[in-house]
Design a protein around this ligand. Structure first.
Ligand SMILES: [Zn+2]
Ligand SMILES: [Zn+2]
Length: 344
């Protein structure tokens, strides 16, 4: 590929206790979002962890990043040497670049957790199923009928222009592969995996340094939801032995155990806040009404993210017996009315 102009590529090196050299290549995923791709050397085979979004200059930045690992860090590596591509989870900012990469290195094996396999191998089917579930969710959340088409357009935007790809290896929890240890951490995404590389944890979007990873309710997709997410935070917390975590976005996490506690605490606060809001409301509230009260200034795609985030918390409160459905009659009578919650 010839590049007409030099592209930005930000590369950092980290070393694991097992001698694996980990290069972080940061690429623009979408406007306002940078995604980290990791190149692992000395993990037997040159391995890429995630591929970026494939949007805009993301692919060019990835290639420039690999070049930089060779020219500035002195590693004898080129794109053609990549033997394995691991996708940490089936979100577009992590696998969107895979199609273009697969064309350039068709011999490289592609690995993803078994719960996200079909996002790669049967993308069109997954999108069709996800869209219907999402529409159902919007109605149940109390989004007005005339707003649905606009919301569905925004939801569908990031799901265009991706095609199905072959997966050559499916990952399962506890699996070891050439010194890489896979930890299934469902919650943010059903097939989310973290990867232990000696004392370094590649925490993907399970644990991030500055933002609390996005949550959606498992009513849209099984193996997501706050309950699974809390269990997965505990799982990593119990493991011990990680001195550094490197996430799918943003910088390194020096104390992953402290960060786990912070994230857990921020969700606990949000759960309390939502419960209090419903308690103080003179009328039962829909998820959409709660979201509008909590996130007053969000626009576009962020309205959907806010709604999913709130819904994950409302679902968790309901699952744990803190909320009741105040319009059960209507719910039984109508096809899919908005659910109105009151404190149980
Ligand atoms: Zn993600
Ligand atoms: Zn991400």
């Amino acid at each position: 590929m010839t590049l007409e102009k030099p592209v930005f590529s930000d590369v950092h090196r980290f070393d694991s206790s097992t001698g694996v050299r980990i290069y972080r290549i940061a690429c623009d995923a979408f406007p306002g979002l940078v995604a980290n791709i990791y190149l692992l050397l000395e993990a037997t085979e040159p391995t890429l962890v995630d591929t970026g979004s494939g949007f805009g200059e993301a692919n060019a930045q990835l290639l420039a990043g690999i070049d930089k690992v060779r020219t500035e860090f002195g590693e004898p590596i080129a794109l053609a040497d990549i033997k394995r591509i691991i996708i940490t989870h089936g979100h577009i900012d992590h696998f969107g670049g895979l199609a273009a990469l697969h064309r350039k290195v068709p011999q490289a094996e592609i690995a993803i957790h078994e719960l996200d396999v079909r996002i790669l191998t049967a993308y069109e089917e997954r999108v069709a199923v996800a869209k219907k579930a999402f529409r159902h969710f919007l109605q149940q959340s109390g989004v007005r009928a005339d707003m649905l088409p606009g919301f569905m357009d925004i939801y569908g935007f990031s799901k265009k222009n991706v095609h199905s790809l072959p997966v050559t290896r499916t990952l399962v929890d506890g699996q070891e592969l050439d010194g890489l240890q896979f930890i299934h951490t469902p919650g943010h995404c059903p097939g989310q995996v973290c990867i232990g590389v000696g004392d370094v944890l590649l925490s993907a979007d399970h644990i991030l340094p500055e933002i609390s990873p996005h949550q959606a309710p498992e009513s849209i997709m099984p193996y997501t939801g706050l309950g699974h997410y809390f269990e997965s935070l505990d799982k990593v917390g119990r493991m011990g032995g990680f001195d550094l975590a490197l996430g799918g976005h943003q910088g390194p996490i020096k104390d992953v155990y402290k960060r786990i506690a912070e994230i857990r605490q921020s969700h606990r606060r949000k759960l309390e806040k939502i419960l209090e809001l419903i308690r103080r409301s003179p009328e039962p509230l829909t998820t959409n009404e709660i979201s509008k009260q909590l996130y007053t200034h969000v626009k576009g795609f962020h309205i959907l993210l806010a709604l999913e985030e709130v819904a994950a918390h409302v679902e968790y409160l309901y699952q744990h017996g803190k909320l009741t459905i105040a319009n059960l009659d209507e719910y039984q009578r109508e096809e899919n009315p908005p659910l109105r919650y009151a404190v149980a």
